[in-house]
Design a protein around this ligand. Structure first.
Ligand code: FAD
Ligand code: UDP
Length: 389
């Protein structure tokens, strides 16, 4: 089949684009991925013990976008699921994000005093990033902020990123702000859930269209080559005059000419036990102990019933771009110097009129699934839905 589009990467970015190109534009698309499965980092599968697990870490869909929710709902129904996280501080488990209940649990002797200072300063339900709270000149609040910083953020962030919170863009720790509330949910978004039959099934439904051809186990270098001078892409040595959507790493596309963009990689260790439950909550964070950051028990997310249960430990480490088979780039590292390096690659990318860079790796942005889907839908309506296509 002659293709109108080639998409590199069958993660949620590439899959949303493929679905829209096939269904909305009625164009032919080749979707390739070097892994042996679709879904990218959102891929899930039934393990040997029959438990549905997320291969690359726990994925909870949450969004305030009705458009994104309605779009994905064309391809799945949902298990309504509100994620909750507990953090192990000393010997106790407390709600994360740190909230009014966490204050009661951690600081029982002074909790009334601390809460009244907090409620004088902030609105009920306000979300206060820890690095902002630390700057408070109210001594009671500064003391609380110091406690939370030391016990929840500092060591977790050092484990997770190999950096202190201040060395990262403030948006990173602001993802888990102190919540002036008794609401113990991890997210407050309007729509929250897990695809009823899993992410991979939802993706397979999205890709079920005769306009889409999927090629797995294929690194794009095996079939595509790039002429950087002429800004042209070749498919099996023939010039490809259609559109390319690239969702891999932007530095790899340009052969790392300015040096590699750094990533954190995660190593996941799954463990199945012959019992119904392993722990008392879906995810337990370990800010201060062990080398792993958190343990997630999948049956809480999926609602699956079984007399066995699988948990997953997450071990962060540095990604090495020279050893691609050993680890995968999970998190771009939000720091000014990395943003500047990305911007240099972005200038090169802008010169490729017929290559569009989309997604967490191609845009080097710490994006959740819903943001990626919304970007893909916008690209279709703003860039590709015109006469010339
Ligand atoms: P990816 O999923 O990385 O897909 C890129 C694809 O490109 C991959 O399949 C890769 O194999 C392929 N590729 C790369 N290079 C090549 C090459 N050379 N040749 C061929 N193919 C190539 N988001 C949420 O909304 N909720 C959550 O709870 C959540 N939890 C997360 C937990 C973890 C541990 C991580 C790491 C992320 C989490 N996310 C979550 C974010 C979510 O994973 C991303 O938003 C999403 O995966 C981005 O999709 P993508 O298609 O841009 O990238
Ligand atoms: N964080 C922390 N302690 C926690 C939870 C989060 O220090 O108990 C910080 C840490 O830097 C982490 C960031 O907040 O990387 C964002 O956390 P989130 O749970 O959103 O990370 P993700 O689910 O994307 O891995």
């Amino acid at each position: 089949m002659a293709y109108d589009f080639i998409i590199v990467g069958a993660g949620i970015a590439g899959i949303t684009m493929a679905e829209q190109i096939a269904n909305m534009l009625n164009k032919k698309v080749l979707l390739i991925d070097k892994r042996d499965h679709i879904g990218g980092n959102c891929h899930d599968y039934y393990n040997d013990d029959g438990i549905l697990v997320h291969k690359y870490g726990p994925h909870i869909f949450h969004t305030n976008s009705t458009r994104v929710y309605n779009y994905l709902s064309l391809y799945t129904t949902w298990i309504s699921y509100n994620h909750k996280v507990l953090g192990k501080i000393g010997d106790i488990l407390v709600p994360i994000p740190f909230n009014l209940i966490s204050i009661d649990k951690c600081l029982p002797d002074i909790s009334n005093h601390v809460k009244s200072a907090i409620l004088d300063e902030y609105e009920v339900n306000q979300k206060v990033p820890i690095l902002e709270m630390k700057k408070s000149d109210n001594p009671s609040i500064a003391k609380l902020a110091h406690y939370v910083y030391e016990n929840v953020f500092l060591h977790y962030t050092e484990k997770m990123w190999g950096l202190k919170p201040e060395q990262l863009d403030e948006s990173v720790t602001a993802r888990v702000p102190v919540h002036i509330s008794y609401d113990c949910r991890y997210f407050q978004d309007t729509y929250q859930g897990i695809p009823r039959d899993g992410y991979t099934k939802m993706f397979a439904n999205m890709l079920s269209n005769h306009n889409i051809n999927i090629l797995l186990n294929k690194d794009y270098h095996e079939i595509l080559s790039i002429d950087y001078e002429e800004k042209k892409v070749y498919l099996y040595d023939e010039e490809f005059t259609g559109e390319v959507i690239f969702t891999g790493m932007i530095d790899e596309f340009f052969d790392y000419r300015y040096g590699p963009l750094p990533y954190r990689a995660m190593v996941f260790m799954d463990e199945t036990s012959d019992k119904e439950r392993f722990q008392e909550n879906a995810t337990i964070n370990y800010p201060n102990d062990y080398h792993f950051t958190r343990i997630t028990e999948y049956k809480y997310l999926t609602g699956q019933v079984s007399d066995k249960t699988t948990v997953q430990f997450e071990f962060p480490e540095q990604y090495d771009y020279r050893d691609k088979d050993a680890n995968i780039p999970s998190y771009p590292i939000p720091q000014k110097k990395n943003e500047e390096l990305y911007n240099r690659y972005k200038l090169l990318a802008d010169e490729f009129e017929h290559v569009t860079f989309l997604g967490r790796l191609a845009e080097y942005k710490y994006m959740n699934m819903d943001v990626v889907v919304e970007k893909a839908l916008n690209l279709i309506s703003d860039k590709f839905m015109g006469e010339e296509f």
